[in-house]
Design a protein around this ligand. Structure first.
Ligand code: CUA
Length: 313
């Protein structure tokens, strides 16, 4: 039992908050289980039938009692709801200044790429004290990105993007598990998160041995953009058959059916792989699909490039 611990380490800004809510739920549950168990036992003995022909006395209601046993659980349920909802909202919303990491799950490994370029497999290096946003998808089946020490768990789902975030509070090495059964070697789909001091992290990020792995994602995305011929339609000018993409990310886009949509990662991804799903107002649905032509990593790089266009106007 050496090294056995009931709880994983607390190594993120959310860990303490998640554990506090869990502790509250456990205490509320334990108090009520005990209360009900003790009362049942006591009443069974106290009010047992003592003679064959004994009849129970008629019971009349008590308004005070009914209000009490309605109001107390209601109050507890509301505390649970607001506490849980606020924690959930914090866990869902990454801070704006977060570092970005793209993650692709596949049987049976995690492929990670920092926006600054470095690629990793089954390992994620991050700086301490800085929020990190993870955008993930899967190449095959559902995987689960799970770092117990950070109290985050998010499914990576084929065909769409999901996100999570954390801010590590202590340097060290933490387990990364796959939390969704994904086939034969699911249990071996294990990685680690290495939390480093900011200076070490910068050195690590700019280090590496050269080759394709160190090219910034946005530059890789720009190459995909050129190679796939995107500028011929999205390059502006009178012949442009598609909208200019600079500044699109993060804006609201007017669609041909009159509705608008927020241009986030999921929208860009859909527009690349299934262009007819949401056609921009003023354009024809003439764009071919890139489904099957681009890998998930290509798509993530393209989106990183489009995001950089938005930032630089
Ligand atoms: Cu991937 Cu389980």
């Amino acid at each position: 039992m050496a090294g056995f611990r009931l709880f994983p380490e607390q190594a993120s800004t959310m860990a303490g908050r998640v554990d506090a809510l869990l502790l509250y739920l456990v205490i509320v549950t334990a108090v009520f289980v005990t209360l009900i168990g003790v009362l049942i036992t006591y009443f069974m003995i106290r009010y047992r039938r003592r003679a064959e022909d004994e009849r129970g006395a008629e019971v009349h209601g008590s308004l005070a009692l009914e209000i009490t046993w309605s109001a107390v659980p209601f109050g507890l349920a509301m505390i649970t709801f607001f506490w849980g909802a606020s924690l959930y909202a914090s866990l869902r919303r990454p801070p704006d200044d977060a570092l970005e990491v793209n993650v692709v799950g596949k049987q049976w490994m995690w492929k990670l790429q920092h926006l600054e370029g470095r690629r990793e497999i089954d390992e994620l290096h991050v700086p301490v004290g800085r929020p990190v946003k993870i955008t993930m998808t899967s190449e095959d089946v559902i995987h689960g990105f799970y770092v117990p020490a950070f109290r985050i768990k998010q499914d990576a789902i084929p065909g769409r993007y999901t996100t999570t975030w954390f801010e590590a509070t202590r340097p060290g090495t933490y387990d990364l598990f796959c939390s969704a059964y994904c086939g034969t070697l699911h249990s071996g789909m294990i990685g680690r998160v290495v939390v480093m001091e900011p200076r070490e992290f910068q050195a690590w990020l700019s280090g590496g041995t050269g080759g394709a792995g160190v090219a910034p994602v946005t530059r890789a995305g720009a190459r995909v953009f050129q190679a796939e011929g995107c500028p011929s339609c999205h390059g502006g000018g009178s012949e442009a058959r598609g909208p200019v993409l600079a500044g699109v990310f993060g804006s609201r886009v007017q669609l041909a059916d009159g509705s608008t949509v927020m241009a986030d990662e999921g929208y860009l991804r859909e527009s690349i792989l299934n262009p007819a799903a949401k056609v921009v107002a003023g354009y024809q649905p003439v764009m071919p699909t890139y489904q099957g032509l681009l890998s998930e990593e290509d798509v993530m790089q393209l989106i990183a490039y489009l995001k950089s266009l938005a930032k630089n106007g």
